[in-house]
Design a protein around this ligand. Structure first.
Ligand SMILES: [Zn+2]
Length: 106
């Protein structure tokens, strides 16, 4: 698989500009945390609808987010992609993204 640059993945200078706007709009606070009534500094900008599901780089589809919420959301999105396996005890086993590109060894 060829290594793709940040730009090719859609994180070019446009994204940088949008990111700054989103953080400013949200007052540099994590939107999901704020909804729970706990203001937390935002460190990242998240796509509400993930790009891989057709989410756009717009102000409407982005929110400021802290790394903890971002991680939790990524895990949730990972669930949706069926990249979580369950072991014999029914506990989730996180499958790294790249591992799903390979054939599963049984
Ligand atoms: Zn948060």
């Amino acid at each position: 698989m060829p290594v793709r640059s940040r730009h090719e993945r859609g994180y070019g200078s446009k994204w940088v500009a949008l990111r700054a706007k989103v953080l400013m709009r949200d007052g540099y606070l994590c939107v999901p945390c704020l909804k729970e009534g706990r203001p937390t500094p935002a460190t990242e900008v998240d796509h509400i609808t993930p790009k891989m599901k057709g989410g756009l780089d717009t102000l409407e589809n982005t929110q400021s987010i802290c790394s903890e919420c971002h991680h939790a959301k990524t895990v949730r999105d990972t669930y949706n992609r069926n990249q979580v396996r369950f072991d014999t005890f029914g506990d989730p086993v996180w499958v790294p993204y790249n591992a799903t590109q390979r054939k599963e060894i049984r």
